[in-house]
Design a protein around this ligand. Structure first.
Ligand SMILES: *Cc1c(COP(=O)(O)O)cnc(C)c1O
Length: 360
């Protein structure tokens, strides 16, 4: 068996030890005689799995007691509709910061339910940065302020938590949740799909401050009404049970490695290998402003785009896959989530150097 270095943006690489444990437990979870996939979500075995997963997630993120952790379905794109349906609370308008493709998708979807204001945008500089906080023109009457904490396609990440006064801050953290510590108390709501940094596709994580619950629009589907989901401890409908189980194993893996502070150190070291190399060459370039570069998704371009296909072919031959950039921006993108070992990033940098010597 050969495992590749998988630089996919999502679904993405998972820790090998987690996959091995899941394989070991596939037919018989802890002597239950059942696979986790075959368990009733209301049985004591699965309840213990879900409870442990929530406890670990709360511990890793130090989630304050007045926040609910919800395990939902629908993905982050689903949440782009579910969040406005739940969080308008009688208000008419939502403020958005536009930092790239994912921000734009959130704005477009929210327009179905509310008036939207773009309080700042970096579209004028090809989404190479987070619009500086000083430029944001916030509406104190907005239902909430929405940001995308890590633009997975553009490779632009917030390296600060914006102060937005009394208006709740809502963040799509799909691609950087659990990559480093987060002060949850600064947010009204955090959401993200699991398949980037946490586990299998199908699980969506929502962390929401309790006082924001209870004001959903009457049209909100019950399964997507945060109050209903919270009252039923994420069991109003059948949750994505197997994905919750795998996420729980990943949470345990993160804890064993020293938690989110250790993850951040590991992720900074990995990103530095690539960015230091990119800064020392003119054969490749990074399109992102230095202080906004993502630790999770590293887009880069070859000076001569006609070499792209050959670059990708050579990478694949060396066991490095999924490096093609998103179709919206072209070029390359290396996604280096928690589970990517530093050896994978070092192998990529070595190959980039080798390719430059033979083609530069
Ligand atoms: C991947 C991603 C999404 C889309 O998630 P789905 O699970 O496909 O709904 C949304 N936002 C960000 C920031 C992402 O990285």
């Amino acid at each position: 068996m050969t495992r590749v270095y998988n630089f996919s943006a999502g679904p993405a690489t998972l820790p090998e030890t987690v996959l091995r444990q899941a394989a070991d437990e596939m037919l018989d979870w802890h002597g239950s005689g059942m696979s986790v996939m075959e368990m009733s979500h209301r049985g004591k075995e699965f309840i213990s799995i879900a409870t442990e997963a929530e406890t670990l997630l709360r511990e890793l993120l130090a989630v304050p007691a007045n926040y609910k952790v919800l395990f939902m379905q629908g993905g982050a794109i689903g949440e782009n509709a579910i969040v406005p349906m739940n969080l308008l609370r009688g208000k008419a308008s939502i403020d958005f910061v536009d930092s790239g493709e994912w921000s734009r998708k959130s704005i477009k979807e929210a327009k179905k339910y509310a008036a939207t204001r773009v309080v700042a945008s970096s579209s004028g500089t090809a989404y190479d940065r987070v619009p500086p906080r000083a430029e944001w023109q916030l509406d104190p009457e907005a239902a909430y302020v929405h940001i995308c904490s890590n633009e997975t396609i553009g490779g632009v990440e917030y390296h600060f938590t914006p102060e937005v006064g009394g208006v709740p801050l809502v963040a799509d953290m799909s691609s950087n949740l659990l990559s480093r510590p987060v002060d949850v108390s600064k947010y009204g709501l955090i959401y993200g799909g699991a398949q980037k940094n946490i586990g299998p596709a199908g699980l969506t994580i929502v962390i929401v401050r309790e006082d924001l619950l209870g004001g959903a629009l009457p049209i909100t589907p019950s399964a997507f009404d945060f109050s209903v989901v919270a009252e039923n401890e994420s069991m109003y409908n059948t949750p994505p049970t197997y994905a919750i189980y795998i996420a729980g194993l990943v949470f345990k893996w993160i804890k064993a490695r020293g938690g989110l502070t250790a993850m951040e150190t590991h992720n900074r070291a990995k990103a530095a290998v690539l960015y230091d190399f990119l800064d020392a060459t003119t054969f490749y370039s990074s399109p992102v402003a230095r202080d906004c570069r993502s630790l999770m998704n590293v887009p880069f371009k070859l000076k001569d785009a006609t070499l792209d296909a050959e670059f990708l072919k050579g990478a694949e031959a060396r066991g490095m896959v999924q490096l093609k950039g998103h179709r919206a921006v072209g070029g390359m993108r290396a996604s280096i989530y928690n589970a990517m070992p530093i050896e994978g990033v070092q192998a990529l940098a070595a190959y980039m150097k080798e390719f430059e010597s033979s083609h530069g």
